[in-house]
Design a protein around this ligand. Sequence first.
Ligand SMILES: [Zn+2]
Length: 105
Amino acid sequence: MRGGSKHTGDVILTNVRELRLGDIIDDWCVKCRRLTNHAIVSLLENDAAKVRCRSCYSDHDYLKEIAPPSKKDLKRMAEAALSGEPDIEIPPPAPPKVKSIRKRR
Ligand SMILES: [Zn+2]
């Protein structure tokens, strides 16, 4: 007879997602202008550094699925910065220095 079975070596690696060269990941393609499948062509510290679009086969930096600001957006941002409130730094009034005057007697 065998008494209760023991679970041994049940290691669950769900949180560890190691990326490897050639892995297919989603990313924003500037040429396709949409999220497409990308193959990792360069890794940096276990993160994708460069990817290649599987649709148009163009290489670019991994954008982490975030579309970079378009030229239109950049222009709008530049205009907003120019017309925005000027950053004038007003120094806070210096607190009056209190001199403790001690009179000697
Ligand atoms: Zn593409």
